[in-house]
Ligand binder design. Structure first.
Ligand code: SAH
Length: 218
């Protein structure tokens, strides 16, 4: 029997190679990120009924009113996080189905991912186990509080948009570390914050669209 991991037709490695070609055309240049995107089977993170659409450049529903981010935004955010170098210990806020966390686990040595919806977090954990990603840890928690027990992080990626950067995330960013976060309500922009010995330096990049960063657990 064909393994779900190997994939066939629309879920095969060839389909992923085409996805990566598209990411290059869209301007992603970090080869480490592109290689990771080529190796992580995105279809195992979505419902079987949607598997054949997993490599389209679109966001797809994952239940609980949440979505899996489009491949381009995952690649772009990780490329921004790496900034041409490597990041060893990274926190992701908003695990969702766990796809971005899995790609992060291929390019960083230690990844922590926090999700406020318990069932999503459980599904993500199963997928990561299937892929044997041993350097990826999940926690069911409110990510606006960061993850104090594992801090400081040299990279933080937020996959949901708030109105401002949660102060705990800035506190838990190591000197030399970088935070990538979408901010705003209906009109959102991607922000990058670098922490240097003399403080925080912020840049505003392109417009984006993310689900809202919410408080409390479900
Ligand atoms: N990283 C995902 C995208 C998930 S969508 C991917 O790979 O496609 C964003 C997720 O953030 C949702 O699952 C939502 O439940 C979660 N979220 C929103 N606010 C949060 C918070 N305060 N803490 C943790 N997770 C949060």
């Amino acid at each position: 029997m064909q393994s779900r991991l190997t994939g066939i037709g629309m879920t095969s490695e060839r389909t992923r190679i085409r996805m990566v070609e598209r990411l290059r055309e869209q301007g992603v240049v970090d080869e480490t990120v592109l290689l990771a995107m080529q190796s992580v089977p995105r279809h195992i993170f979505v419902d079987e009924a949607l598997a054949s659409r997993a490599y389209e450049d679109s966001a797809l529903p994952i239940g609980h009113g949440q979505t899996i981010s489009q491949p381009y935004i995952v690649a772009r955010m990780i490329e921004l996080l790496r900034n041409g170098g490597s990041r060893s210990k990274v926190l992701e806020v908003g695990t969702g189905c766990g796809y971005q966390a899995a790609v992060l686990a291929r390019v960083c040595s230690e990844v922590y991912s926090v999700e406020r919806i318990g069932t999503l977090q459980e599904n993500a954990r199963k997928a990561a186990r299937e892929l044997r990603l041993l350097n990826l840890r999940f926690k069911h928690a409110d990510g606006s509080l960061g993850l104090p027990e594992a801090a400081p992080f040299d990279g933080i990626i937020v996959a949901a948009a708030g109105m401002q950067t949660p102060p705990a995330l800035l506190e838990q960013l190591a000197v030399g570390g970088r935070l990538v976060i979408p901010l705003g309500g209906r009109d959102q922009v991607l922000k990058v914050v670098d922490r240097t010995p003399d403080g925080f330096h912020e840049q505003t990049l392109e417009s984006v669209r993310f689900v809202p960063l919410l408080g409390g657990l479900e």
